[in-house]
Structures are given as C-alpha cells and as structure tokens.
Design a protein around this ligand. Structure first.
Ligand code: PEP
Length: 242
C-alpha cells in the first residue's frame, strides 16, 4: 500500500530506462494496489514491464462490496495477480482454502496467479518448514489442471524474512524452492515442475540478489521494499538476467 498516483509516472520514468530491452532470463512485473493499477498500466504500456494486482476476489461477480474480481483486473489489462501474500493470510484471515479459490478464479479470468507460500519463524524453529510449505502448495493448486499449471508462479516467502532485512541464506531458500519443485513434480510430473517459475521473496535486494538467483531452483524474486527504489529494483532485474 505504497505510493500515490502522482508518484507512479516518476517511478516508471526512472525504472523503464534501467530495464534491459531484451530480458534473457526474466520477466519483470510490477504488482500495484488496485487504486494505482490504471495509472501503472498506462505508464508501463510500451515497456518491458508487465503489470499485476496484489489481490483479487475469489468470486466471479456480484454483491461483494469492496471486492475486485479477476475479470475486472483482466479487463483493465492486468496480467498477473499476487495471491495469498502472508500479510493477507495474517491480517485478513486468508486460508489455504480461500487461496485455492482465488487461484482457480484467477486462472478462470486468464490471469497468472503468483501464489505466495512460506513458514513463520516458529514453524522454522520447530522444523516443520517443508510440511507447511508443501501443504500450502498442494492446497493452492488443488483442482488446477495440468495445462493451467504453466500459468502459475509460486513465490516462496518465509514470513520472518519479509520486510525484516533477515534474508534466508541462499542454501535455505534453495532447499525450500527445491522441495516446492518436488511437490509439483509429484503432482504434475517432471516437465511441468521444471516449467513453473519458483520465486524467492524476503528482503531480496541489490546486494544479495545475485547469490540467491544463482541457485538452481530459485527462478526469480518477489521483491517488496527494494522494488520501491528503481535503481535497486533494476539491479535485481539485471542480476536475474545474468
Ligand atoms: C514482500 O512484501 O512480499 C517482500 C518480499 O518484501 P521485502 O522484499 O521488503 O522483504
């Protein structure tokens, strides 16, 4: 919930020249709050930067005051939508079941869901990280057909690393991303599992991005704080393209 409409074009003017015209290994997407989506879609219209939303309703349409549907996002021109961010799970009661409904609704609306999963510090300390994350991935993908799986993106975001400056070590992040890939492999087969992008998120910045992104199962990043600074965000994009 950062920025006002007046700041969006300044942000885009700074970011766009720093994003390479030809991105070899990476797609760049800015996921904006609903109120800034139209402005973001406009300023990034002829650029290499795609636009997505940060949430959507699990319902198709109807009497859900204050909610925004996948069809409405797609109609505006959004391509992606973040689903099940830990802040939404923690603050707004989103559950694995509601995340699953939103994932199916996003796919139904031809959006690409970026599905967030990740353990709390307590869960990591008691050694249930893999169980928690595997369960979240399986629940989120329940009912997703194999041919729609390719439209999904999984973001592993350990809750304790989000906005805290405490990044997971590249080894720990790799291990969990690898576990996520094996869960997808067991559900959909090896080819599908290698095609689904798995991102790491949690205090990724221009200093630590290269080392994280060099790991075989970390295909990209979900960037919070550092994405608000165009130069830092562009440095991460450049690291991903290497
Ligand atoms: C996030 O908000 O999902 C996130 C990863 O934030 P940060 O990069 O600031 O930790």
């Amino acid at each position: 919930m950062n920025m006002l409409a007046s700041g969006v074009s300044t942000y885009a003017d700074e970011l766009i020249p720093l994003v390479p015209d030809f991105q070899k290994w990476c797609d760049t997407v800015v996921c904006a709050p609903f109120a800034l989506l139209a402005e973001a879609l406009w300023v990034f219209r002829d650029s290499e930067v795609g636009v997505g939303a940060q949430n959507m309703s699990e319902h198709e349409s109807g009497a859900y005051t204050g909610e925004v549907s996948g069809a409405q996002l797609a109609d505006l021109g959004a391509e992606y939508v973040i689903i099940g961010h830990s802040e939404r799970r923690e603050l707004y009661g989103e559950t694995d079941a509601s995340v699953n409904k939103k994932v199916l609704a996003a796919i139904g609306a031809s959006l690409r869901p970026i599905i967030c999963v990740g353990e709390s510090l307590k869960q990591r300390e008691i050694g249930v990280t893999y169980d928690v994350v595997s369960m979240q991935v399986k629940a989120a993908l329940y009912g997703v057909e194999a041919d729609s799986l390719m439209r999904t993106v999984i973001a592993y975001e350990p809750i304790w690393a989000i906005g805290t400056g405490m990044t997971a070590t590249p080894e720990d992040a790799q291990d969990v991303c690898c576990e996520i890939r094996s869960v997808i492999c067991a559900l959909y087969g090896e080819q599908a599992s290698s095609a689904v992008p798995i991102l790491y998120g949690g205090s990724m910045n221009d200093k630590n991005a290269f080392e994280l992104l060099a790991r075989p199962d970390i295909d990209g990043g979900l960037i919070g704080g550092a994405s608000l600074k165009p130069a830092a965000f562009a440095a991460i994009i450049n690291a991903a393209n290497q």
